[in-house]
Design a protein around this ligand. Sequence first.
Ligand SMILES: Nc1ncnc2c1ncn2[C@@H]1O[C@H](COP(=O)(O)OP(=O)(O)OP(=O)(O)O)[C@@H](O)[C@H]1O
Ligand SMILES: [Mg+2]
Length: 464
Amino acid sequence: MQIEAIWGPMTEPRRLARSQSALRSIVERTLAAFRATRRRLRPHVRALVVMAILFLVLSLAGGLSGWLAVAGFLVMAMVVAGRDPNDADGDEERFPARDPERARRAQGSTERETESWRLLLDAVPDAAVALDHNFNVMHFNARLEELFPKVRVGQPLSQLSRNPELNDAVEKAATSNDEVVVDLFERVPVERRISATVSRLGGRDVRRGLPSLIVSFRDLTEQDKLAQMRADFIANASHELRTPLASLRGFVETLQGPARDDPEARERFLAIMSSQATRMTRLIDDLLSLSRVEMRVHLPPRGILDLNEVASYVAQALDPVAAAAKIEIKVTKSEGPIRIRGDRDEIVQVLQNLVHNAIKYGREGGHVEIAVSRVLDGSPPQPRALIAVADDGIGIAPEHIPRLTERFYRANVAASREKGGTGLGLAIVKHIVIRHRGELRISSVVGKGSTFSILFDELGAVRR
Ligand SMILES: Nc1ncnc2c1ncn2[C@@H]1O[C@H](COP(=O)(O)OP(=O)(O)OP(=O)(O)O)[C@@H](O)[C@H]1O
Ligand SMILES: [Mg+2]
């Protein structure tokens, strides 16, 4: 019904209403054009009056035809009216008082222009501060506040950082066209290295309200730490390889020289050489394994596995090793399967590393227990899957516990080396646990034993 009314034949009153509204719109448009022309001509009234007098004189005294004089005046007026008053910057200055509204708008836009640098500074990704020509703080961004929590607008730079090198750099930059970069070593509240770059904006010629210098800071402490860790890692890895290699070379030389004709010594040395070669192979395998896990740490695992099944599998696989150390492995399973999302091979490796440690650092004649259970953890308590490996061995002193998952870190270097350890086992465990969004907890009592627990989200468990 409604569609018909819109698209149906036009009635007489509607046609009349249409023609009235069309007429009104023509009148309005004409009036608007007239007002616009008047507005455009207003600043040129004097010029138009002079032109009118000129054409009048030419018509009266110079013999110019009246029609030509009127046409000439209109052409000149059209040329003048055609100029966009917004283009006339000079007009703005010449007639500031005639249009106070425009003058106010113009002043506002200048203020906005001078203030927009603050927005730019806020968007700078580094910590940055703007200084006036007396080196007082004019503005700073949020990152600078993180670096210097006591910063305040108006305070001199020397109060922001007492570092004389920074103050020297600022003075140097104020008279130089090049930016000045300086390294600052802060000791309070924590030791850190910060690189500061001072750039001059316009020296003494700078417009009022604009900063004279911008100082940006980059905290390089984390970057230095990573570089140090990388260097340590290479040093540790090469040291770990160099030791068995040196030993191998020594035995080779002995076998080529003094022990050449000693079959008994040869047997003994070859056995040691074989164990050293095995150690080097293990080290390289562990390094490769660690780098593989690190590369995949951001990829969530896709498989599904049952922790009870993994516990039984690892206990069985390591039973001969435990038996050789006179240690018994006990498995305590949960009721029914506990399924988690994970990569089975990686979880097997985690458990193998933990059980292997428990055997290595366990007590002869002692026990290693692998326990799988469901626990309520966190606040508010949430149901989670737990797998724990406990031993009754030597235990770990509390000062070592936070560092155990660092690469090559050992609580007891000699004991670990003697047992063929490379110090990478727990680093691999940590990375795999992170990839599985799990949590590793270590508790230990020296002389009594240690427990390594890992918490995972159980598949299908309802989280509150
Ligand atoms: N169950 C444990 N009891 C006592 N100390 C342990 C135990 N597990 C680990 N540690 C200590 O933590 C250190 C680091 O363990 P991690 O597994 O990373 O290296 P590792 O066992 O020495 O060598 P790898 O596992 O690479 O063969 C060990 O050297 C050892 O000092
Ligand atoms: Mg280990």
